[in-house]
Each structure stands twice: as C-alpha cells, then as structure tokens.
Design a protein around this ligand. Structure first.
Ligand code: BGP
Length: 464
C-alpha cells in the first residue's frame, strides 16, 4: 500500500508578520512588512503607531500562542513552521546588542511547542526585514546587510540551538523579482540590475547562514525556500517550450545557487546579454559553496507560458504574469488549482537536486461561511488538500524523498499579497474581518477533524 514515511513531518506553516501582531511590543522595531500594510505588492506608507494595518494585531498570536498550539497539538501536529521577526531580535538591524525581550518571546514559543512534542521549523526571514536597514542602508542593495543578517542568524542559532533543529533561510527567495521591497528592501521601480545585485547579496547571506548553522547546530538541518512556480508551455510550439524552460529557470536559478553552490551558466549568460555587471567577489563565490541540506518550497498553482506577445499582454496583472491554463479551475482569487502539478514539481526538484524535499506551504485561500450553529463546512478546502496530499504520496512512490508537509495557514491569518482576512486558509477559524472588527475568538472548521484523521492515519484516510 502507498504510504508516507513513518518519520513524516505533519503540520502547518505561519509567518510572524501574518499572525503575531504586537507590532511594536517589547522593543520590536518596524519592519518592511509593517510599512506595507496593504500587502507584499502594496506601497510603503509612513506609519503612525496604531493607524492602520490588519497586521498590527494580526490574529494576536503573540499573546494567544499557548491556546493555538494546544489546538495544533489536538490535530496531531508533529511540526509547526513559524518565522522569527528579525525586528524583535535586532529592532534596527544594526543594533549593538540583541533585544532580550524579543529573544525571550521565542524561547517561550519553542518551549510551548516542546510541551506538545511539536518540532519547530523556523524561517529566519519571512517577507520582512528591519525598516531601518532599508532607510539607512538601502536594503539588500548594500553589501553591509549581509553582515547584519549573518549576525542575526548566528544570534538565534546560538540562543535556540537546543530547541530548534530545522531551519529555513529566506521565504520564497525568488519573489524578490516580483516584489522587490518585500524580498530585498528595494523600491518597486528599481532596475533589474539593482534587484539582481541585491538578490546576490541575499544569496551570499543565505549561504553564510547555512555555514553558521552547520557550525553552531551540527545535528540540525537547514534548507532554502522557493516559491515553486511551475510553468507549462501553452502549446507544443518549440518557441513556447523554450520560453517555458527560461521562465522555470527564473525561479530554479535560486535553488541552483543554494543547492549546487554556484551560479549556473544560463544565468551568467543572462547577466551578460543584458549588460548587468554584478559585483561578485571571490569571497562571495567561496561563501556560496555552502549548500543547503534540503529544499523546501510553497506550492499553490501552476501557469502557462507563451511566446505570443499578444496573449502575454492579456495575462499581465496576475501574481506571476502567468497565462491561464484552459484545463484548470481557479480559486476565488484566481489561483489555478492543479494537484497533479505538485507531483510534477516534486519530481522536477528531486531530479534536479537529489536532496530531500519539504512542502512547507500548500493550501486554499477561500471565503468561509459561519452557519447559524457556528459550524463552518469547508469541504472545498478538504478536497483541495486531499488531492494535493494524494499527489505528494504518488511522488514518494516515484522515489522522491519527502520530509514533510506543513499546510499554509493552519489557523486563519492575514494574507500576504493583499493583507486580507477574508482570504482564509485555516482549519481553525479566527473571528476577525477585513474592517478590523471581530473578537479574535477561535473555532474549529470541518477541516479540523479531517486533517486530524489524516495525520492520525499517516495519510491512509486520504481519498485517492
Ligand atoms: C506565500 C507566502 C505566504 C502566504 C502564502 C499565501 O507566497 O510565503 O506568506 O501568505 O503565499 O498567499 P496569500 O496570503 O497572499 O494568499
């Protein structure tokens, strides 16, 4: 019978800026996420404390984490992905000393997980960095930021080495190409050359964090994190197929550097052809050789690529400028649902890297209806997750080494792209709405018991 390994990590994934709230509490500094209250593609605004932004309170995980973790434990989670807000540890990024109150918060959080035998999987930087590093240094465009990040990484590895063994460097590192402020702290009108230079600094920082983790947490494992943006050719025209190869390399390049330890030739050619003279030093090349232990990624959808400019123009505007696939249904937010694509992606990544894989985000953002009796019947979410997990199991049968699955947003949280609460992902409903009203009370959706059963049976309850 097809099965998940006994060692499989089952759980959920969150990010500090989307759940914690308490955005200026206990000495935390402003982050790039705090000054983008309308989401990762939104404008930067001058913040006045308390003026706006659902993320300021988010779902108040900062204060309610013991109850939330108890609910995750009730579902049987043996893993929870969280991120550390860099600004809780170094409020300005370049502070002389770390902020003890911030460090203490994550001690309490990891201790709470340990009480419930939940393994933490910790992202060092999930779509945020200290705003002061952007204002005073120009974000990742400045080489100095590599050093600030390395110090932050070393600080948290030292502090939590007894509690955290699984780490990730930068969330969806390839998103910088689409959302430069969120990814690398650069204005949205930055040139491609500037963005790639900043990305280069971030790739070096990622590799230095890998090296530091191996030194400080030798029994730990550290992975990268990609937005798994698998693209299909819209037709079998050779031009469409070749353009698809190039588009896929647009995100694979990050994994190639992080897993293989050097820039691939196709990328060096791209820089040459476009006249981008990146500053890549010998020391950088040496640093990049520290390669990740495993590859993690998010997966929500696939899209198509065409060499036909007229068709491309029509598709502009959706998240990655993907051309819609006529064979797939879409979510309410226009994300095309493609469970088989997950099996394809897992095989592509395994063939390419031969390193263990970890699905650290997958889920369905949807509007949920609370019935008069308080129940929430989210059969659409159950069916989405069921179908994706079935394909993940098929990939394991194909020979892919898969470490685990943490579904995105096990509890409703503030969405990243537009900072909405109406786009819900959770097994647990949170009573808070786009206009900021709500009691923040938690309740279980139908999917709560469904996921609990999936975990309890190690996937045997899935419907193939
Ligand atoms: C990924 C991010 C998450 C996230 C998720 C869903 O891009 O890593 O932070 O929120 O996508 O996106 P959204 O929240 O916009 O629906």
């Amino acid at each position: 019978m097809k099965a998940f390994p006994q060692t499989f990590y089952w759980g959920g994934a969150t990010a500090a800026n989307q759940v914690e709230g308490a955005f200026l509490e206990d000495g935390k500094g402003l982050s790039t996420s705090d000054v983008q209250p309308h989401g990762v593609f939104g404008d930067v605004v001058d913040r006045v404390p308390g003026d706006a932004g659902l993320k300021d309170i988010a779902i108040d995980f900062y204060h309610r984490y013991p109850d939330d973790i108890a609910l995750f434990a009730e579902m049987g989670f043996n893993c929870l992905r969280v991120s550390i807000a860099w600004t809780r540890i170094f409020p300005n990024g370049d502070d002389a000393e770390p902020n003890e109150a911030g460090l203490a918060f994550y001690d309490r959080l990891f201790d709470e997980m340990a009480k419930h035998h939940i393994t933490p999987l910790v992202t060092l930087s999930h779509y945020e960095m200290p705003w002061a590093l952007v204002k005073n240094y120009g974000g990742w465009g400045n080489r100095k930021v590599i050093g600030f990040f390395e110090r932050y990484a070393r600080t948290v590895f030292e502090r939590y080495k007894g509690k955290v063994k699984l780490w990730l460097t930068f969330n969806e590192i390839n998103m910088s190409l689409h959302a430069p402020m969120t990814g690398v702290g650069l204005p949205s009108d930055s040139s491609k050359a500037e963005v790639y230079q900043a990305i280069h600094h971030q790739l070096v920082a990622s590799a230095l964090a890998v090296k530091a983790c191996h030194e400080i947490v030798p029994e730990g494992k550290i992975g990268n994190m990609l937005l798994g943006g698998l693209m299909y050719p819209l037709s079998c025209k050779p031009e469409d197929v070749f353009k698809t190869l190039q588009e896929n390399r647009g995100w694979q390049f990050f994994g190639d550097v992080q897993a293989r330890g050097a820039y691939p030739g196709y990328m060096l050619r791209y820089f040459r052809d476009n006249g981008f003279a990146l500053e890549i030093t010998d020391a950088d090349r040496e640093a990049l050789k520290s390669s990740v232990d495993f590859i993690s990624f998010s997966y929500y959808m696939t899209g198509c690529v065409t060499a036909d400019e007229a068709l491309n123009q029509k598709a502009r505007g959706n998240i990655l400028n993907m051309v819609p696939n006529p064979h797939l249904e879409s979510s309410e937010w226009g994300w095309q649902i493609d469970p088989l694509g997950l099996r394809t992606l897992l095989n592509v990544l395994w063939d390419r890297y031969q390193k263990p894989l970890f699905i650290v985000e997958n889920g369905l953002g949807a509007k949920d209806k609370v019935e008069a009796d308080g129940s929430i019947n989210d059969d659409y979410r159950i069916s989405y997750l069921n179908d994706h997990l079935v394909q993940a199991r098929e990939a394991i049968e194909d020979g892919v080494e898969l470490m685990g699955f943490t579904s995105w947003g096990p509890i409703d949280l503030v969405s990243a792209s537009k900072a909405e609460l109406s786009k819900r992902y959770g097994f647990i409903y949170v009573d808070r709405h786009d206009d900021g009203t709500g009691t923040l009370a938690r309740s279980k959706k139908k999917s709560f018991d469904w996921y609990k059963e999936v975990i309890a049976t190690n996937g045997a309850s899935l419907k193939a």
